[in-house]
Write a protein that binds this ligand. Structure first.
Ligand SMILES: Nc1ncnc2c1ncn2[C@@H]1O[C@H](COP(=O)(O)OP(=O)(O)O)[C@@H](O)[C@H]1O
Ligand SMILES: C[C@@](O)(CCOP(=O)(O)O)CC(=O)O
Ligand SMILES: [Mg+2]
Length: 320
């Protein structure tokens, strides 16, 4: 028996980073996904087709890979296994091979970390014979992302569990019914830091200058709530303007890097209605109002375009 989970990735439209400090955010699930397959095995294994490990050293006598990064990179999966042995008393007598498959690179601001967690939680729990509800999957997944990163809002794990356009506010998620079929142009650039590292940088700013930090996230809150109205009314011009403003506020929080700022300002100069960094920053994902010019520019600057068409189902699981 193989249990396979299919998790949609997500784009943050507004409010990333501020949402960690209790401000609202808007995110939605896109037509890119990550799969997690779990099957019986004589030992626990984690396999992935797309992992970036720096600093590998191979012991040529035993062909053993020595790499201090490995533990860190698979920690989202190992924490899921630990969770179910702690909370449900599974003392790991049933060992599993856990495979992760995604054609999107890891750590790009598209919620791949949350997808690994959500996918592993639903597939591994089903493998153990549990039948968890979506609200339990979202709650457990957030707890695990928090354990691994030290800082995490409910945004990524809840958006990918439920699917669609979600407003995250006061630690709850509200489904946003967008009347007009809306889509965006999006992609990602090479990233130099993980989201966990970016979260720590932003927290350092908060600790250094709390009043400046609070004024910045208060402004992001205002932008996000105005963007919610623009989304619901289908006012793309206003939505785009607010995207540029949110990008400028994230620049002030130190979340952007030159390639992102270059892309966003060149998009604005060429007439694209709106663009901004999306997710953790430090490189990674950008999102724009739908525009061929933005996609041409993304390619020209070495970015990779993703399918940003919205999906509405959230995580699914099946036996294959
Ligand atoms: N395909 C994958 N296989 C295994 N682990 C993955 C994969 N994609 C992401 N991860 C895990 O998620 C981490 C990236 O998390 P993060 O920096 O938050 O990226 P994102 O912004 O995409 O969520 C990776 O370092 C790795 O631990
Ligand atoms: C920066 C943040 O707001 C979003 C992170 O998105 P991603 O992991 O980079 O896709 C962190 C969070 O909400 O947990
Ligand atoms: Mg993440």
């Amino acid at each position: 028996m193989i249990v396979e989970a299919n998790v949609p990735l997500k784009l943050t439209l507004f409010g990333e980073h501020a949402v960690v400090y209790g401000k609202p955010a808007i995110a939605y699930t896109i037509s890119e996904n990550l799969k997690v397959r779990v099957r019986e095995s004589e030992k626990f294994y984690v396999a992935s087709d797309n992992l970036q490990l720096k600093g590998i050293r191979v012991d040529l006598h035993e062909f053993k890979i020595e790499n201090e990064n490995v533990k860190k990179v698979i920690s989202y999966v190992t924490e899921v296994i630990n969770y179910f042995s702690e909370k449900y008393g599974f003392n790991n007598e049933r060992k599993a091979l856990i495979e992760i498959e995604s054609n999107v690179d890891p750590s790009v601001g598209l919620g791949t970390s949350a997808a690994v967690v959500v996918g592993t939680v639903i597939a591994y729990s089903k493998f153990l014979g549990l039948d968890l509800q979506k609200q339990d999957i979202a709650k457990i997944s957030h707890e695990i992302e928090l354990r691994v990163q030290g800082i995490a809002s409910i945004m990524d794990t809840h958006t990918e569990t439920y699917g669609g356009f979600l407003l995250i506010r006061e630690n709850k998620v509200e489904n946003l019914n967008i009347p007009v079929p809306l889509t965006f142009s999006a992609g990602y650039f090479r990233r130099i830091m993980t989201t966990a590292e970016m979260l720590r940088n932003v927290k350092n700013l908060k600790d250094r200058d709390p009043s400046l930090f609070n004024s910045l996230i208060d402004s992001i809150e205002r932008v996000t709530l105005e963007a919610k109205e623009a989304l619901i009314s289908g006012d793309i011009d206003r939505l785009g303007e607010l995207m540029y403003v949110n990008h400028g506020l994230l620049f002030s929080l130190g979340v952007t890097v030159p390639i992102l700022d270059q892309f966003v300002s060149m998009s604005r100069a060429s007439g694209v209605k709106g663009c901004k960094v999306s997710g953790g920053g430090g490189g990674g994902a950008v999102i724009c109002t739908k525009d061929q010019r933005a996609e041409l520019l993304m390619n020209a600057l070495g970015g990779r375009i993703v399918n940003a068409n919205p999906t509405f189902q959230g995580v699914t699981v099946k036996l294959i």
